[in-house]
Write a protein that binds this ligand. Structure first.
Ligand SMILES: C[S@@+](CC[C@H](N)C(=O)[O-])C[C@H]1O[C@@H](n2cnc3c(N)ncnc32)[C@H](O)[C@@H]1O
Length: 340
């Protein structure tokens, strides 16, 4: 199957999406701002960390690209922009130029064709848990994956990483950043970087709004069979898929009041309120999905039985974040496909 025929499999592939946030305008805007927020969290002033060298790249793929925030950002880098290859009528893409590809299981977020056309971006629909078409195997110098932690089951992740490996050239680079759906309010109770993982029972039964936050965030991930501890496991998952990990960093992602103490730069750049709105708008969708399955409980383990109770639960979390602040953890990894 070639890239061009992929869109015909749209209906079949959409069924595989476990992402519960609807592909509508608010989500499009949220993803755009979240991208800028994430770059600041990781301390990147470019779409890549310093450990990724883009000097001699030809083919770049953004997997689960959403709004193409990363694809468009990398296309705007001067080093990339001057080498972006555009297709010509007879001979296809200039082999010495940079050719950008971006895919997602959902096409509603894709930029207009005139935007992608200007930059020579090949946009296509694809479920990352399925193998890419054979004409893409061993093709890419750089593959990017970001924020799929609320989308893929543990098995789905193993397939997705294998599929990314398969499309990279030997020596090619995977840049991936993910987060753990577990929230804390005090550093003293959060796990050290070399811990085995989160103490989930403690997190789910934490008093007040914090426990309720995890009864939404963590419980949703557990209910769906997602990883809740990617920041601890990502390096090993990558090694199991055949990669060598060249660079990795864990970061604290504060929300609300915690920005003041943990990352004042976020407050200075106007991200404090976004850090609350962003996570609580996600919580609204996750709570509704759990509620619909009769699986939403409060921090004492009592089932939430009305929509009003559910709304109050999210509102309480929002207030807690604004007044006291909370944080979670994220991690990026730069991994290389071992040379054949
Ligand atoms: C949180 S968004 C992240 C989007 C983008 N990577 C970013 O960082 O802005 C998750 C994206 O993953 C997509 N997605 C969910 N399941 C997928 C799958 N199995 N294969 C490919 N994309 C998937 C969703 O449609 C959505 O666009």
């Amino acid at each position: 199957m070639s890239v061009t025929s992929l869109t015909q499999d749209a209906t079949e592939e959409r069924r595989a999406s476990l992402y519960v946030i609807p592909a509508a305008d608010p989500e499009k805007e949220r993803l755009q701002t979240q991208y800028a927020f994430k770059k600041m969290l990781f301390g990147w002033n470019e779409p890549i960390p310093h450990s990724v060298d883009i000097t001699n790249l030809n083919n770049i793929l953004d997997v689960a690209a959403g709004t193409f925030a990363w694809t468009l950002d990398i296309a705007a880098m001067p080093k990339v922009r001057r080498r972006v290859a555009k297709p010509n009528d007879d001979s296809g893409y200039n082999v010495d130029g940079i050719h950008l590809f971006a895919c997602d299981i959902e096409t509603k977020f894709f930029p207009d064709k005139d935007v992608t056309g200007q930059l020579g971006i090949t946009a296509f629909q694809h479920d990352a848990t399925q193998r890419f078409p054979a004409d893409l195997h061993d093709k890419f110098d750089l593959v990017h994956v970001s924020f799929l932690f609320l989308c893929l089951t543990q098995e789905g992740w193993k397939s997705a990483l294998r599929n990314c490996y398969e499309v990279l050239k030997p020596g090619g680079t995977l840049l991936i950043d993910e987060a753990d759906p577990v929230m804390y309010s005090e550093m003293a109770s959060a796990p050290a970087e070399d811990a085995v993982g989160h103490d989930l029972d403690k997190c789910l039964s934490a008093p007040g709004w914090l426990g309720n936050a995890n009864r939404i965030y963590t419980a949703f991930a557990l209910e769906n069979g997602f990883f809740v501890d990617m920041t601890f496991r990502l390096s090993n998952l990558l090694r199991e898929a055949g990669f060598e990990v060249a660079d990795t960093k864990r970061v604290v992602a504060p929300s609300g009041r915690a920005c003041h103490t943990l990352r004042p730069d976020l407050t200075e750049h106007g991200f404090e309120e976004f850090s609350v709105e962003n996570i609580t708008s996600i919580f609204e969708h996750l709570a509704a999905a759990l509620f619909a399955k009769d699986k939403l409980c409060n921090n004492e383990g009592t089932a939430v039985t009305s929509l009003e109770e559910m709304k109050n639960m999210v509102a309480g979390v929002k207030e807690g974040l604004r007044q006291e602040g909370g944080f979670s953890f994220g991690r990026y990894c730069v991994a290389r496909k071992t040379q054949a």
